[in-house]
Write a protein that binds this ligand. Structure first.
Ligand SMILES: [Zn+2]
Length: 92
């Protein structure tokens, strides 16, 4: 199954997310990979509301990454558009 691990604030704004296949890694490994992002300049708090982050692992409805990828890419594009709007509004 395909899972998604997210770093969320209390208001559920997602700072980073990783999709992973449980045939290839464990939740702990996914979490370690995500933690690396915080060593590369991503803040450990929400840029929208300032809340601290927690980690959640959730199983998707997809059983292969091939099936999940179109949905993941669509969400990624929507988030990038929202981020650009937030930047224009001064939330960078
Ligand atoms: Zn937030």
């Amino acid at each position: 199954m395909i899972w998604i691990t997210q770093w969320l604030c209390p208001r559920r704004h997602c700072v980073i997310a990783i999709a992973w296949d449980d045939q290839e890694m464990t939740a702990e490994e996914a979490e370690r990979r995500g933690e690396q992002a915080f060593t590369q300049g991503i803040y450990r708090w929400c840029g929208i509301c300032g809340g601290s982050l927690h980690v959640e692992h959730g199983r998707t409805k997809f059983n292969t990454m091939e099936k999940a990828l179109p949905y993941i890419k669509a969400i990624e594009q929507a988030n990038l558009r929202a981020r650009s709007i937030m930047g224009v509004a001064g939330f960078d």
